[in-house]
Design a protein around this ligand. Structure first.
Ligand SMILES: Cc1ncc(COP(=O)(O)O)c(C=O)c1O
Length: 458
């Protein structure tokens, strides 16, 4: 593997704001959208995009914005990568659909072979390919229930697993994901996580708290699967303390519980490893992949121990579009790029750059409680000055200011108070520096309710 050659991008890698944001063309599209699109598909910034390359998005008014979100962690390899575009075009001219469960094709098998190679664990693994992250999580739940013959699913506080009926029920926050949309399926239990910034517990202590909850509220022999994001995404880039998952995985093993790592946001090179559970030194039984797996094409997967994956009867899992020829062609191009251009190493480079540029914010700003993350997946926990109390008003201000100045970060956290950074792993240090400057202006310009505005403490 060799580091990427300096690349030329179809869109220059620079921030350039030429109109007010949103610009006039975006505003015109917004008016049409309000008249035609459900309000339920809420938007972070009503800036309509025309094209993208690397870490830059260009909007319909010619503004160039630094993308710190990748459409929530999808375009990890950069926008509109030419290798993915070529693979998609070539496949689209050959074959777009047969339905794998009617008449199969090689791409699907190749993706399953690759997933068996890159997911943790030195044992025989099988996969099922589906369309979305939520569908992958639902299938993992079905498979684990079929394998164990048990009903209960355990999920962690602050988890996000999707928006289908089952995955809504597996998701922590009532608002906006769940409210008014029940009834939900039963036998789903949310248990305390390890959240070092908030609970101050060691990994072992937090694991004992989790286990005690299972023992006293559910009963381990009822539990089919324990679902965990090894690094929580929407929950606020929560990274359980060292030792937490090792103890949980041991408990699952001892009690016949299927341990599922939901890697939909953190997997596929984003955190400087193929899968983020590797940072915890744990081998899960099942892994869900999606988002970054196919460079923006819809594809998701459940991969895991062959005996668990094969517990389901033929026809018990699947779907019309799952693992379609074009999305799988894109995924094969993504896997190839990650290896050929050492994008795992690039994610580690991004981690060093973020730590260098953003790490000092906790001493510079009394409203920054913690800057934490791995690879190109970071969270900045915003708090009321000098406290650990969440500061959602500041996050709202930062997002508005940033998007109006050509930077697109994301929100996260159960209290809407974590600034989430999921840039492409090909983002340059110069772009990160420029984006950090805009975010600093945003923090410093906050005139919060009941506060005198934020002054840097150094
Ligand atoms: C960890 C995790 N699981 C599941 C999902 C649901 O994926 P999708 O939106 O593709 O259904 C997401 C989406 O953000 C996620 O981050």
């Amino acid at each position: 593997m060799t580091p990427a050659e300096p690349r030329t991008f179809a869109v220059p890698q620079e921030r350039k704001v030429v109109t007010a944001l949103p610009g006039p063309n975006s505003l015109a599209l917004q008016a049409r959208r309000v008249a035609s699109v459900s309000r339920g598909a809420g938007t972070l910034a009503n800036i309509y995009m025309e094209r993208g390359a690397g870490a830059i998005l260009e909007d319909v008014d010619g503004n160039r914005l630094i993308d710190l979100g990748c459409g929530i962690g999808v375009t990890t390899i950069g926008h509109a990568h030419p290798a993915v575009a070529a693979a998609v075009a070539e496949q689209a001219h050959k074959l777009t659909h047969t339905l794998f469960t009617v008449t199969p094709y090689e791409n699907y098998v190749k993706v399953a072979e690759k997933l068996a190679e890159i997911t943790p664990g030195d044992f025989e693994k099988h996969s099922i390919l589906v369309n979305s992250g939520a569908e992958a999580v639902e299938n993992a739940a079905k498979i684990a229930r079929r394998f164990t013959g048990r009903r209960a699913l355990v999920v962690l506080d602050h988890a996000f697993h999707g928006r289908t009926n089952m995955t809504m029920a597996m998701t922590y926050r009532p608002w906006p994901e769940r409210e008014g949309m029940g009834p939900f399926p039963g036998e789903i239990y949310s248990v305390p996580i390890s959240y070092p910034f908030r609970d101050g517990l060691t990994g072992e202590e937090a694991a004992e708290r989790t286990i005690d909850y299972i023992e006293t509220h559910i009963g381990p022999r009822e539990v089919a699967a324990f679902f965990a994001e090894p690094i929580q995404g929407d929950g606020g880039i929560v990274i359980p303390a060292p030792g937490y998952f090792a103890r949980i995985a041991e408990y699952c093993r001892d009690n016949g519980i299927v341990f599922v790592a939901d890697e939909i946001q953190a997997g596929i090179a984003r955190t400087g490893a193929w899968y983020s559970i590797e940072h915890h030194g744990v081998v899960p039984d099942l892994v869900t992949s999606a988002k970054g797996i196919a460079g923006g094409m819809p594809l998701a997967a459940v991969t895991g121990r062959a005996e668990i994956m094969d517990a389901v009867q033929p026809g018990g899992i699947g779907g019309t579009f799952g693992g379609n020829p074009v999305s799988t062609a894109a995924a094969l191009a993504v896997f190839d790029l990650i290896e050929r251009e050492d994008l795992i190493g690039e994610a580690q480079r991004v981690e060093r750059a973020i730590v260098d540029r953003f790490g000092g914010w906790t001493s510079k700003y009394d409203v920054v409680g913690e800057v934490r993350g791995k690879g190109a997946m970071f969270g900045v926990e915003l708090v009321l000055p000098g406290t650990r109390t969440p500061n959602p008003a500041l996050l709202k201000h930062v997002l508005k200011y940033a998007t109006e100045h050509g930077v697109i970060p994301l929100d996260a956290g159960s209290w809407d108070s974590v600034l989430r950074l999921l840039p492409s792993v090909v983002i340059s240090e110069a772009l990160l520096d420029d984006a950090a400057g805009v975010l600093e202006e945003a923090i410093e310009s906050f005139q919060g309710v009941g506060e005198a505005g934020i002054t840097p403490t150094s």
